[in-house]
Design a protein around this ligand. Structure first.
Ligand code: SAH
Length: 354
């Protein structure tokens, strides 16, 4: 028979070193019979020296490197496409191992370089003004796929510049993928073997998944809450899924109870939609709503996308809204729209056909 002599040899998929956290790496190293310090050596190569080839791990002997190469890989995104907007913002499209794509947006501003990172492909929430919500949830990202966005983008910026802040405000609802998010933040903040960025320079933005706030606090990152409405009825219309889960009053109660460290404050984001939530009456509801919460406010004029029923208010209306809030004693900033011509601005991530 034709196939009689064919031997079936099981093919083991090589281990992706980036998919392992500290504990995984320690356990794996010990199964290889290597000393525990080798775990830290390898992780430092991955996150601090950012090598992409095992052969570059020069404090491992040549034979250890070839043993490692036989079993493992350093698998980053398979394909990276970069679209540069006229304002210097760059949208990175990263192809994942299963062919799905994820987006990260690099935003240079003066001497600051901010990366907006995604935590899910798509999103479970259905916020009416957000393009990502329209695609539904494809899947959660793994911790290494979140960290990979940072490593890959860092490889594309000049050696002398570095990322100054990370915002978890890309595709998805970060707190709906809490376990992988915490793991990613640990790898990014650990100074011993991880990337070593300060959690103070990181902001996690949530549509209002209040039940997870207690898991965010120990990470010591900044927390931004997308308020977007000043009455429960209005929030139900704009953000139905999340507001059903945690209605406005419950969300604000969780914000009041959030254990803020000394000198830090929450951020409230507020998407301004013309004729919907941009009236003086809306602005005048803020003081009572946010009473007793140490916070600042970021106004985000709506970024338009194809098929959306909403429009952006005029500059005059935006400034007036800001003025009313300022007069009420709030620190209020208007978030400049960046990268709109490559659909890289807030709420525009997900249109991958561009
Ligand atoms: N799911 C998280 C993070 C992603 S959205 C959250 O809701 O916070 C990041 C920010 O962009 C949120 O404040 C959201 O309200 C805002 N946003 C969404 N769509 C937008 C759009 N089309 N224009 C302007 N801001 C938008």
């Amino acid at each position: 028979m034709l196939y009689d002599s064919v031997q079936i040899v099981p093919v083991r998929k090589p281990t992706n070193l980036l998919a392992m956290d500290w504990d995984d790496m320690r356990a794996w190293i010990s199964t290889l019979g290597w000393p525990p310090y080798r775990a830290k050596q390898i992780l430092c190569w991955l996150y601090q020296k950012r090598v992409t080839h095992i052969s570059d791990m020069t404090n491992l002997s040549l034979s250890d490197r070839s043993r490692l190469q036989a079993m493992a890989t350093i698998t980053r995104a398979t394909n990276v496409t970069i679209r540069q907007a006229t304002d210097g913002t760059k949208k990175f499209l990263l192809e994942l191992a299963d062919g799905l794509e994820v987006e990260s947006v690099l935003i240079p501003e003066g001497d600051r370089l901010t990366l907006c990172v995604s935590t899910q492909v798509g999103c479970t929430l259905d916020c009416d003004f957000c393009l990502t919500g329209k695609m539904g949830l494809k899947r959660n990202l793994k911790a290494h796929e979140i960290v990979n966005q940072v490593l890959t983008v860092q490889d594309h910026i000049p050696l002398k510049s570095r990322l100054t802040s990370l915002v978890f405000m890309g595709m998805g609802e970060p707190l709906a993928n809490m376990e992988e998010l915490s793991d990613a933040i640990n790898r990014l903040t650990n100074a011993d073997w991880g990337v070593g960025m300060s959690p103070r320079r990181m902001t996690v933005s949530t549509a209002g998944l209040a039940s997870r706030f207690k898991e965010v606090a120990p990470l010591q990152v900044n927390l931004a809450i997308s308020l977007n409405a000043t009455t429960n009825v209005q929030r139900d219309a704009l953000m139905p899924a999340i507001n059903k889960l945690h209605p406005l009053s419950q969300l604000l109660k969780a914000c009041r109870e959030y254990p803020l460290q000394i000198g830090r404050r929450l951020t409230f984001e507020y998407v301004l939609l013309a004729g919907v939530n941009d009236s003086i009456a809306d602005a005048k509801r803020f003081p009572k709503l946010l009473d007793g919460i140490r916070c600042k406010i970021n106004l985000i004029p709506f970024n338009e996308f194809h098929g959306s029923a909403y429009t952006r208010p005029s500059d005059r209306v935006i400034e007036q809204f800001q003025m009313v809030l300022r007069q009420a004693g709030f620190d209020v900033f208007i978030r400049k729209s960046r990268g709109r011509d490559v659909l890289g601005a807030c709420g525009q991530l997900g249109d991958l056909q561009l």
